[in-house]
Design a protein around this ligand. Structure first.
Ligand SMILES: [Zn+2]
Length: 329
């Protein structure tokens, strides 16, 4: 499968063609090749995803046949892209390590440690989440030494988001947390609802995992919420999926995912709001999740509330790969 590709060479004409054009001309089943390595590609027409109140289209794309990989020098070669991330701009060897010929590993405990470091000045507001004042904040001015790890984590998350499934990346990149190997299915969740229900279950275990996770979805709306102890935070809510299945007691299990940002991180809040206004609402983000289940007896629904607090732009990636008119209402 590999990454989703937007432009391929149409074999009948020998010319490049975009995913949107191929969709318009309904060229499913036709022959396409990769513009960089000439490997054969398959076209997948635009699909549908049912949300709580409406159905949206999913962007069409070209992809590789199962079991085939792009050529070694191709820009779509998965392991090649992982190696590029590992190299630039400085090799963070305690974070990424080559395991074997076509496999690297990342250490999520390094990401966890980097997330615990207060954000740098100018990287999303003040460092002190409790707002204790300037004197307290000054000592953070030269911190942020671990920021490159977070950017690297973001690169990996973005690479995964360009693929269809976790299994497209897992054989090339192992995830480690301390001595444990973490499965990609326990690390990258969404946009399908089953992944989020899995996340909710996983993090409500008696011994909840400590490693950070990624979530993928579409931002539906955001609101400013008053905190109990004063101050505000912004909650960016993801679209809820439409769910038909019920459990044996007749409950619908609906994940409700939100990304929360303290209002103090003004720059990050503005970045999110600006993108939202421009209809750039697809999102992937990583952080530590909190999950709880809230039943609504009247509606026979069990809401799985999942929230992730983010405080820097390195934890979030916004994009729009669907037709503008679909997200543009
Ligand atoms: Zn290729």
């Amino acid at each position: 499968m590999g990454v989703k590709i937007e432009i391929a060479i149409y074999s009948e004409t020998g010319k490049p063609m975009s995913n949107l054009k191929a969709n318009e001309q309904e060229l499913n089943g036709k022959n396409f090749t990769c513009p960089y390595c000439s490997k054969g590609l398959i076209f997948r027409k635009s699909g549908k995803r049912k949300l709580e109140n409406r159905t949206i289209d999913i962007s069409p794309y070209f992809y590789l046949e199962k079991g085939i990989e792009h050529g070694p020098g191709c820009r779509y070669n998965t392991f090649g892209q992982i190696e590029i991330i590992a190299r630039q701009p400085l090799a963070l060897t305690d974070f990424m390590e080559k395991k074997k010929e076509n496999q690297m590993a990342i250490r999520l405990q390094v990401v966890k440690k980097a997330m615990a470091e207060p954000p740098e000045d100018g990287e999303g507001g003040t460092a002190d989440p409790k707002g204790k004042g300037d004197a307290q904040n000054k000592k953070y001015k030269n911190s942020g030494s671990m920021a490159p790890y977070l950017s690297r984590m973001k690169d990996i998350m973005v690479l995964r988001s360009r693929m269809e499934e976790n299994k497209d990346i897992k054989k090339y990149l192992k995830l480690e947390y301390g001595k444990k190997t973490i499965s990609w299915d326990k690390f990258y969740f969404g946009p399908e609802y089953k992944g989020f229900l899995e996340l909710s279950k996983y993090f409500r275990n008696k011994q909840a995992p400590k490693h950070p996770v990624c979530v993928e979805g579409i931002i539906k709306e955001y609101k400013k919420v008053q905190k109990k102890r004063g101050g505000y935070f912004y909650s960016f809510l993801l679209e809820k999926p439409f769910i038909e299945d019920t459990d044996t007691e007749g409950y619908h299990h609906i994940p409700s995912v939100s990304l929360n940002i303290d209002a103090e991180h003004e720059r990050l809040v503005n970045y999110m709001k600006d993108n939202y206004q421009k209809h750039v609402k697809q999102v992937v983000a990583y952080g530590d999740p909190y999950a709880e289940v809230k039943p609504s007896e009247a509606q026979k629904i069990k809401y799985h509330n999942i929230s992730i607090w983010i405080n820097r732009t390195a934890q979030v990636h916004l994009f729009n790969d669907v037709f503008t008119q679909l997200l543009g209402e």
